[in-house]
Write a protein that binds this ligand. Structure first.
Ligand SMILES: Cc1ncc(COP(=O)(O)O)c(C=O)c1O
Length: 428
């Protein structure tokens, strides 16, 4: 019998990793209090729990005016709308990210311009962004991906240059608590967008928070998510219906805010452990031939992350990343090959969708002729995304993952012989 779990052998790990989200009596009490108060929803905005969440979250990240809302996609659309960016404007996004980073500009009527990532971090490459700037470019959305941060010094220098003067929206869906040069993710650009969706390291089940550098932007954002109702500093006065801007209902509810507030109490301890265990993982992985630990930039002063990503060199490691991930999963190590590169998203293509932006500007969606080698290599061959629970368990969680990787590599020949059948069985 094979020693590999994916080929019928024993698993490295039989116990599941700890579940997420974690909860205790505090969560039950917090939601119960909201239920008993009768103030469940987000109207009038913000409710008391939501106002408290806004205060505590900006304290946690170290700055900005926080505007809680329904998710971490709308946050980016709202940021663009608050900044006056819309129809036909170009917004630069990285090729290796969740589809939301490109969908959000389209929600605001803007065109996502996809650029390649830096292979050392898999985050937006500032040089590629610079090359993509045209007179129509209005914003850049760097994503702090997995366990890394985009080079915020280079991106801010580019955005601030008198020639360009661009808005920067940091997509921090993976970077709650992370810091760059001691400054919190999301407080460096004009806006920071956070997701509180259930898998994220701070969660309210669903939810999002937009951090705004300026009070004006925050007030406009609050109006956009509150059906256009004027909020302090909303700007521009009101129309005949008493509305400040065209908006919709994207308000966060009081129950969600109550859960996020308990999550903030737990967060510092969890982040500390995650950071220590990521360093432990870096060291252990760096000894495995064919594994490339992604670069921890020295300016990335606090690493608080959502998924830990490393890369393999398929030639040197001995197999492609999909085979490694399939085998790791079977060994009981929760992992994934990661996102598809953005130009592989068929549904953004004009001939497949009725989305307004791709149909109005099809020349930007000629994906077949886009050359994005780094994102393509990451998504098709190299990247391995390890689940955060591996780190939350402590050293044993990491040791098990390392033992499984070594075990799989020791059986490279056997696995490669079965690769075709495994791909048929499990898909990508
Ligand atoms: C990089 C990135 N941006 C944005 C989002 C969107 O967040 P939400 O699911 O809260 O809309 C996610 C969520 O998975 C994400 O991973």
């Amino acid at each position: 019998m094979s020693e590999l779990a994916i080929l019928g052998g024993p698993k490295t790990r039989t116990e599941p990793y700890p579940a997420w989200p974690v909860w205790d009596q505090r969560d039950i009490d917090a939601v119960t209090e909201v239920i008993k108060s009768g103030r469940w929803g987000g109207y009038p905005y913000p409710g008391p729990k939501t106002a408290e969440l806004a205060r505590k979250f900006s304290e946690m990240q170290g700055g900005g005016y926080a505007v809680p809302m329904i998710n971490g996609t709308v946050t980016m659309e709202v940021a663009l709308r608050a900044a006056g960016i819309g129809w036909g404007d170009e917004v630069i996004v990285p090729a290796y990210t969740f589809q939301a980073t490109a969908s959000a500009p389209m929600g605001a009527g803007a065109i996502p311009v996809i650029v390649d990532v830096d292979p050392s971090t898999y985050c937006l490459d500032a040089k590629a962004a610079e090359k993509a700037i045209t007179p129509k470019t209005k914003a850049i959305i760097p994503v702090h991906l997995g366990s890394n941060m985009a080079d915020m010094d280079a991106i801010m220098a580019l955005a601030r240059s008198a020639k360009h003067n661009l808005i920067v929206i940091e997509d921090c869906a993976h970077a709650h608590g992370a810091k760059w040069n001691g400054r919190g993710a999301g407080t460096i650009g004009h806006f920071g967008s956070f997701s509180l969706q259930s898998s994220k390291t701070l969660t309210s089940g669903e939810g999002g928070i937009l951090l705004c550098k300026s009070a004006e932007h925050a007030a406009l954002a609050a109006s956009v998510i509150d059906c256009g109702r004027p909020h302090a500093l909303g700007g521009g006065g009101e129309d005949a219906n008493g509305l400040a801007v065209q908006g919709g209902n994207f308000r966060m509810s009081e129950m969600q805010s109550a859960l996020a507030l308990v999550g903030i109490e737990r967060f510092p301890e969890q982040a500390k452990q995650r950071e220590a265990m990521a360093a432990y993982m870096d060291e252990a992985l760096s000894e495995i031939p064919g594994v490339r630990v992604l670069k921890r930039d020295e300016r990335h002063t606090t690493r608080s992350f959502y998924r830990y990503i490393f890369a393999i060199d398929p030639q040197e490691f001995g197999m492609e990343h999909d085979i490694l991930c399939g085998a790791l999963d079977a060994e009981g190590i929760d992992c994934w090959t990661g996102y598809n590169a953005m130009h592989k998203y068929d549904l953004f293509q004009p001939q497949k969708s009725k989305l307004a932006v791709p149909n109005a500007f099809p020349e930007y969606f000629d994906f077949k002729n886009m050359n994005l080698p780094e994102a393509t290599r990451a998504c098709e061959h190299e990247a391995v995304w390890l689940d955060e629970a591996i780190f939350r368990e402590g050293p044993k969680g990491v040791d098990d993952a390392i033992a499984a990787i070594k075990k799989i590599q020791a059986h490279v020949k056997e696995l490669n012989e079965a690769a075709e059948e495994l791909r048929n069985q499990y898909g990508r």
